[in-house]
Design a protein around this ligand. Structure first.
Ligand code: DGJ
Length: 545
C-alpha cells in the first residue's frame, strides 16, 4: 500500500530543530526526479533573476529584497562579476558577495550565484580591466581576417588559469561564510557562453587545434551513447561514416556544423575545468545556461557552441563536472524547449524564463515544476515587477503554499501540470489535455467548458494536479476546467465527493474556505478554476455506476 505523507507543521519544526551541518547543498534523486537538498531537506526554487547590473550595488538592491520576498520568491539569482571581486590580480574584494549574502539572509531568501567570469552573453565585458587590457596574455578570439573580437579565446591556458583562480577564490569565500547556512544554493558557471559572429575562433591556437584530431574522449562518448544521441548529432556523425578518429571536418563534415562542434567542445572543456577547480574547494551544484538559437540560422549567426539542443551531447561529453545544462527561454515554444532539456541525465532548471512581466510566465512555471519536476524556475529582471507583481506574485503564492506537496510528488508519478502549448510562431494548441494521475484520468480544458472559445487569456492558463491520497487531489491554478474518469477495474464513472477552496497557512496547515458545489462545480460535473483567480481546491473523488 502506498504511504501518503503527512505534510505540515511537524516537518517544518523538525527541520528548524536540526543542527546545521557544514556542507554544501547537493542534488539528490527522488524516483525519476532530481531535487536540490539543503541541509538534508529538498527545496523547490521559486525564483527570479536580477537584471545584470542590480546586484553590483547593495544600495540599489535595498528596497527590492523585501518586495521579492513579498512576491513569494524563496530564491534570487544574482550575478557576481569577476571585475568586482578581483579588481587587481590576486587582490580579492568580496564585499559585493558579502552584501548579497547578508541582505538575502536578512530577508529569508536563498541565492543562486551567476558567475560572470570569462564570458557573459558571448562577450568578455565582465572580466577585470587587467585581463581586458592584456591581450598578449589573455588573447581574444579572432575572425577569419585576423581581427580580434571582445571575446576571450577559450584556447588560452592563461585565461583558464586566471578564471579558475578567481572562481575557486569565490567558492572558498562562500564556503568560509556560508557552509552552515547555505544561503548560496548553487552557482551558474559563466553566462550564455557562445561564439559570435562566426562559428569558431580563427586565432593561431584555435587554427592548429581545428586541424588536429578530434579528442578520443569525444569519439568514445559518441560511440558509447550512439543510440541516445540527439537526432541532429546522430545524423551528422553517421553521415560522415560514424568515424572514431580524424580531424573535426573529417568526423563532422566540411561545413560550419563541424566548426560549431569544435567550439562547443572547447567551451565545454573550459567550463568543466572551471567547475572542477570550484568543486575541489566547495562542491556545490554547478550548471551552465544557454542562449537558444532561432530556427533556420546558421552557426555564427547566433551565439554558437553553447549547450544548445543540437550540442547537448558535446557538452555532456566535455563537461562532466557540470551538473546540468539550463535553457534560458525567451521564445514562445517553452513547452517544446523544456522537454528537450529534461532528460535522465539532465534535471530541468530554467534560470531565465522570459521577462518577468510576460503573461505566460506563470503557466510556464507550473508546467516546468509540476509536469517536468523542475528544480526551480526564474524569470528575468524580477526586480522590475516587484512593486506590481500581478499574476506572477499570485502564481508564486500558490507554488509556495503547495511546495511541500510538490516536492513529495516529484518523480513518483503523483503529479502533473498543464498549460496550453504555444508554438514558436505563438500559435496556441488549445485542445484539452488528458492525463492519468493515480486511479483517475483527468481532462484539463483551457477555456470555460460552457463557452469553449479561446480568449486573449487562454494562453495564460495554468494548472497543477497533485495526488495526496487514494482519491484526494489538490487542483490549483487559474483558467482551467477539469473533468475526470476512473481508470482500472470497478465502477466506470467518477464524481465529486467534495471540493473545498482554501489555502495552506505558513505552517502548511490547510485552512478551508467555501465548500464548492452547485454552480461552482457545474452541479458536480467538473472542477473549475476561474480565469484570473489563482486558487487551490482540495478535491475528493469517488466512483459510481
Ligand atoms: C540573456 C542574458 O543571459 C541575461 O543576462 C540578459 O542579458 C538577458 N538576456 C536580457 O534579455
Amino acid at each position: 500500500m502506498m504511504q501518503w505523507a503527512k505534510i505540515g507543521a511537524s516537518a517544518a519544526a523538525l527541520a528548524i530543530a536540526a543542527a546545521a551541518q557544514a556542507e554544501p547543498p547537493r542534488l539528490v534523486r527522488q524516483g525519476s526526479a532530481t531535487q536540490i537538498s539543503v541541509q538534508g531537506k529538498p527545496m523547490l526554487l521559486i525564483a527570479g533573476e536580477l537584471g545584470n547590473s542590480s546586484a553590483s550595488s547593495a544600495a540599489y538592491m535595498a528596497p527590492h529584497w523585501k518586495r521579492l520576498k513579498a512576491m513569494h520568491l524563496n530564491t534570487v539569482l544574482a550575478p557576481v562579476s569577476w571585475e568586482l571581486i578581483e579588481p587587481e590580480e590576486g587582490r580579492f574584494d568580496f564585499s559585493s558577495v558579502d552584501a548579497l549574502i547578508r541582505d538575502a539572509r536578512a530577508n529569508d531568501l536563498k541565492l543562486v550565484i551567476l558567475w560572470f567570469g570569462a564570458w557573459k552573453n558571448s562577450m568578455s565585458t565582465y572580466v577585470p580591466a587587467w585581463v581586458k587590457r592584456d591581450q598578449g596574455r589573455f588573447p581574444r578570439a579572432r575572425l577569419p581576417n585576423g581581427q580580434g573580437v571582445e571575446i576571450l579565446s577559450a584556447m588560452a591556458p592563461a585565461t583558464l588559469e586566471a578564471d579558475q583562480r578567481a572562481f575557486a577564490a569565490l567558492m572558498a569565500h562562500i564556503k568560509a561564510v556560508d557552509d552552515r547556512q547555505n544561503t548560496v544554493l548553487m552557482t551558474q558557471v559563466e553566462n550564455e557562453i557562445g561564439m559570435l559572429p562566426v562559428a569558431r575562433d580563427y586565432g593561431a591556437l584555435a587554427d592548429a587545434a581545428f586541424k588536429a584530431p578530434v579528442p578520443a574522449e569525444l569519439t568514445t562518448y559518441l560511440q558509447q551513447h550512439r543510440d541516445a544521441l540527439v537526432p541532429q548529432m546522430k545524423r551528422l556523425w553517421e553521415e560522415q561514416g560514424s568515424r572514431t578518429s580524424g580531424t573535426w571536418s573529417e568526423v563532422f563534415g566540411p561545413g560550419h556544423a563541424a566548426e560549431e562542434i569544435f567550439t562547443a567542445w572547447h567551451y565545454a572543456r573550459f567550463a568543466d575545468a572551471l567547475a572542477r577547480a570550484g568543486k575541489a574547494v566547495y562542491p556545490m551544484p554547478l550548471y551552465v545556461n544557454v542562449a537558444l538559437n532561432r530556427p533556420g540560422r546558421l552557426p555564427g549567426e547566433y551565439p554558437s557552441g553553447g549547450p544548445l539542443p543540437h550540442l547537448i551531447d558535446i557538452w555532456k561529453a566535455g563537461a562532466p563536472a557540470i551538473d546540468f545544462l539550463a535553457p534560458d527561454i525567451y521564445f514562445p515554444n517553452f513547452v517544446d524547449i523544456v522537454n528537450i532539456y529534461k532528460r535522465p541525465d539532465n534535471p530541468l532548471f530554467v534560470p531565465e524564463a522570459n521577462n518577468a512581466d510576460h503573461p505566460q510566465v506563470p503557466g510556464n512555471a507550473f508546467y516546468a515544476i509540476g509536469k517536468l519536476d523542475a528544480i526551480g524556475f526564474g524569470p528575468f529582471s524580477i526586480e522590475s515587477i516587484d512593486e506590481k507583481p500581478g499574476a506572477l506574485g499570485e502564481a508564486y503564492d500558490l507554488l509556495e503554499q503547495l511546495s511541500p506537496h510538490i516536492l513529495a510528488a516529484q518523480g513518483v508519478g503523483r503529479m502533473s501540470a498543464f498549460r496550453p502549448k504555444s508554438l514558436y510562431d505563438e500559435t496556441l494548441v488549445q485542445e484539452p489535455v488528458t492525463e492519468t494521475i493515480g486511479n483517475y484520468r483527468f481532462t484539463v480544458a483551457f477555456a470555460d467548458i460552457q463557452k469553449p472559445v479561446a480568449t486573449p487569456d487562454t494562453g495564460n492558463a495554468a494548472g497543477i494536479i497533485i495526488q495526496t491520497g487514494p482519491e484526494d487531489y489538490l487542483i490549483a491554478g487559474q483558467g482551467i476546467t477539469v473533468t475526470f474518469a476512473p481508470v482500472g477495474a470497478g465502477p466506470s464513472l467518477a464524481g465529486i465527493d467534495s471540493a473545498w477552496e482554501g489555502h495552506f497557512d505558513a505552517h502548511g496547515t490547510w485552512i478551508a474556505g467555501r465548500l464548492l458545489n452547485g454552480d461552482q462545480t457545474y452541479q458536480g460535473r467538473h472542477i473549475q478554476l476561474p480565469t484570473g483567480d489563482f486558487q487551490i481546491q482540495k478535491v475528493r473523488l469517488y466512483r459510481y455506476q
